[in-house]
Design a protein around this ligand. Sequence first.
Ligand code: GTP
Ligand code: MG
Length: 353
Amino acid sequence: MFDGLKDKLGQFKDDVEEQAEEPAEGDDEAEADTEAEPAAEAVTESEPDTAEAESAEDGPGLAKKAALAATGKTIITEAELEAPLEQLELELLQGDVEMTVAREITDRIREQLVGETRKQVESGEQVVERAIAEALRDVISVGQFDFEQRIAGADKPVVIVFTGVNGVGKTTSIAKLSQWLETHGYSSVLANGDTYRAGANEQIEEHADVLDKRIITHEQGGDPAAVIYDAVEYAEANDVDVVLGDTAGRLHTSNDLMAQLEKIDRVVDPDMTLFVDEAVAGQDATNRAKEFNDAAEIDGAILTKADADSQGGAAISIAHVTGKPILFLGTGQGYADLEEFDPDEIVSRLLEE
Ligand SMILES: Nc1nc2c(ncn2[C@@H]2O[C@H](COP(=O)(O)OP(=O)(O)OP(=O)(O)O)[C@@H](O)[C@H]2O)c(=O)[nH]1
Ligand SMILES: [Mg+2]
């Protein structure tokens, strides 16, 4: 998953290491090198088993500088970071990361690494990796909340409406989420607010049949707000916990359809509006998330098709750009292919070797 970005981040670690390994220039550096030896030994003595200790002994470069950290000295200079960070920013942009997000990540890494003096002993690679991890986590986890807790704490029925452009996986995600809710102990009713596309009723009815869920539909051409309203009434009368309201795919610029969303907001006042888009759309998905959020405020996003080959840029950009978190990843066409989005988990996946 998100192999494009994973490779780029790995490359950055190597680049920084390489820069740091270039021969030392000037007296200060030379002095630093000689001082590093005893520090490295001290490390070996105190922690004989650790990999850091070995790498600190092995060679020059970051590992040695990290050993310096034990004496409270600066690990990495701004000059050393300049080229790798510039390269990383370019690579992030090519990896579909939104521009301001790429800049934020590189700024945060620079902030963390430059002029930093550290007391604890770490290998250079660990220092760099931690800086990347913290920068990524900061941008990814903007606005993050626990979806299940939100459901648990809300008055029932909880009404959730799904929006997004055509074909990104809204209907499939609703089906998956109804199953996810069931496994977490919540009942749900589906409402087909996609009264626009021919065949939409049949498609969602098929899912409801397989999953044994109640579905509320109206005729094609009907009023989506009325369908979802009926589903809310059904849920109230039957003690159903969650109403999952589908809507037709639309562009944020299609005025009629956006007016429909406003009407849904007025008539049923949903507890949550979730924006659905696909990871493979990259930068477009991020832009659309912003456009939808501006046109009809969203509470969170579902990023589908994370199983298909995508760079991963949308996954790390959407929250920072919209201020609304990604809550789930769609990871396949099966009903169980829905993962809760966990920023820590995503960061460790992106950084694992
Ligand atoms: N590989 C993969 N395919 C997915 C995923 N989610 C949805 N799909 C597929 O994407 C296609 C479109 O899904 P739909 O759920 O119909 O998309 P939609 O947004 O409801 O489409 P419209 O109602 O036409 O706007 C289907 O073939 C789904 O099986 C996913 O996470 N991974
Ligand atoms: Mg649909």
